[in-house]
Design a protein around this ligand. Structure first.
Ligand code: NAD
Length: 494
């Protein structure tokens, strides 16, 4: 049977993440039969809710799914609410009693998943109490799922990890990076290692540069307080972008298993060329949006943002990898808020043919761009479109002989993607299965922070000239110059 058996304890059960992502994802697992009779959920938070009220909240959180009310009620009946202040030891005793009662009632075999959907400054306290109050079982599995951000820099991440590992082993810790739950991010491994034409060209002899863009259209919105203390570099580059980079650049894992993939990702991240402080300004660009048309507010005028904030709402950077495969290939990355549109894409730009036989003499005499063939570009569209695009040169139709760029295009059809699980559903299912392939491991977190810390420190010590980009554009001009000075340009431009 595909049924999974577990008790979920969700810390922060009244919160935004729980209501918007976790409850709908658990419900989908229920609809698909991964959760049946043998599961229960304890939601904990400070508010004094009753089980009845909790069931209404669960039901409301599923409103968009257009599900049968009988199924919804049946599902919600597995949920129990426990008012709980995570700093109060007494509350863990109550939690333990309820857990044991539900274990007996639903036949949960001692399987426990603790989901910490709360601010990370509570993670250490929760983990410590789970141990001291003896809440972990010894007859089933005990796994903890935690959200980003994992630390603020290397030192705080290390401290947080030390707190967690005082209670849990590394193989019990599931650090969520929801990009790793996305269909097309998981597809990177399939494309690379399932196709000889790509894997044989996937190196510095054939690839000219690689571009990773995570673009957001909205401004800072509700997460203002958190974001203003973090910024784009910490919020997006340290985790999502460096994770994507490691999947794009790792060597072939021996087998498609969690352990083998982790080994290769760690090798890739350890090969990032660390920046020296004096190299930060020439390799990384930070930005913050000013006011736009139609009353779009400047970052500094947004609610709960300090009027002299120097937080980066945009970052672009050039990352080099010092190993045999990638030496000399720049990886350009960028992400930001209030850009042209919401999308994620990866552009792999191949080297041009060495000689343009169609325009041979010109090439020998002057190597200007107009006489060169366009490069092949493999674009991986991560979202909202999910698919690939390959740009090639072909003969232009008609009399005479000229070349013209054409595109091969593949995208998942709407029907296939409609039934496909969302990131959180996929990741919760993996955690139930004990499969941490698509979660971040500690060594990856550590190496990513070490790379990012140098940049952040330099920025903290030097005043930026903010604001420096207009809403609805792809960031400051300096982000374009970053590529121009290498003779490159962004494949996606506005
Ligand atoms: P939230 O503020 O909506 O919810 C926080 C929850 O913690 C609430 O249920 C609150 O009652 C509870 N809580 C706070 N202090 C408590 C205490 N002392 N004792 C017991 N309960 C307490 O936050 P959220 O948006 O749901 O985010 C939760 C975590 O997920 C955070 O770490 C956040 O960074 C991360 N995260 C959230 C999102 C998202 O989309 N919301 C995305 C990425 C990461």
């Amino acid at each position: 049977s595909k049924e999974k058996i577990a008790l979920f304890t969700i810390f922060g059960g009244t919160g935004d993440l729980a209501q918007r992502k976790l409850y709908p994802s658990l419900f989908k697992l229920y609809q698909k039969g991964y959760l049946q009779d043998h599961f229960a959920v304890i939601g904990t938070a400070r508010r004094p809710w009753t089980d009845e009220h909790y069931h209404e909240v669960i039901s409301d959180s599923l409103a968009d799914l257009d599900a049968d009310q009988k199924d919804v009620d049946q599902f919600a009946s597995h949920f129990y609410y426990q008012s709980h202040d995570v700093t109060d030891a007494q509350h863990y005793m109550t939690l333990k009693k309820l857990s044991e009662k539900l274990d007996a009632q639903y036949g949960l075999q001692g399987n426990r998943i603790f989901y910490l959907a709360m601010a990370p400054n509570f993670f250490g306290t929760i983990a410590q109490h789970l141990r001291s109050e003896n809440i972990l079982t010894d007859n089933g599995f005990n796994r903890v799922i935690i959200e980003k951000p994992f630390g603020h820099d290397y030192a705080s991440a290390k401290e947080l990890n030390d707190h967690l590992t005082a209670t849990f082993n590394e193989d019990q810790i599931y650090r969520i990076d929801h990009y790793l739950g996305k269909e097309m991010i998981q597809n990177i491994t399939a494309i690379r290692f399932g196709n000889n034409i790509w894997e044989s060209l996937w190196n510095n002899r054939y690839i000219d540069n690689v571009q990773i863009t995570l673009s957001e259209k909205l401004g800072v919105e509700e997460r203002a307080v958190y974001y203003d203390n973090s910024g784009a570099l910490r919020d997006m580059v340290q985790n999502h972008i460096l994770q994507i980079l490691s999947l794009l650049t790792m060597d072939q894992p021996v087998e498609f298993t969690e352990k083998d993939i982790d080994v290769e990702k760690v090798k890739a991240l350890r090969s990032l060329r660390p920046l020296k402080p004096e190299e930060v300004a020439t390799n990384f660009v930070r930005g913050q949006y000013g006011a736009g048309d139609d009353g779009v507010k400047a970052y500094r005028d947004e609610d709960k943002i300090s009027p002299d904030s120097n937080t980066d709402s945009f970052v672009a950077g050039k990352i080099m990898i010092d190993n045999y495969r990638w030496s000399g290939v720049p990886f350009y990355v960028r992400t930001g808020k209030r850009l042209t549109d919401k999308f994620t894409r990866i552009d792999v730009v191949f080297k041009r043919p060495v000689v343009n036989i169609f325009n041979h003499e010109d090439v020998l005499e002057n190597d200007d761009a107009s006489t060169r063939l366009d490069p092949n570009i493999l674009t991986i569209n991560v979202e909202p479109t999910e698919g690939f695009e390959l740009r090639m040169n072909a003969k232009a139709v008609g009399q005479g002989f000229a070349t013209t760029p054409v595109k091969l295009n593949y995208s998942h059809d709407a029907e296939a993607t409609a039934g496909s699980p969302e990131a959180y559903e996929r990741l919760l299912h993996d955690a139930l299965n004990g499969d941490a392939t698509n979660f971040t491991h500690w060594q990856e977190v550590a190496d990513s922070w070490k790379f990012v810390d140098v940049i952040q420190k330099y920025w903290d010590e030097h005043q930026p000239d903010f604001p420096n980009y207009r809403p609805g554009t792809m960031g400051p001009d300096a982000a374009d110059e970053l590529l121009h000075k290498d003779g490159h340009r962004w494949v996606y431009r506005n």
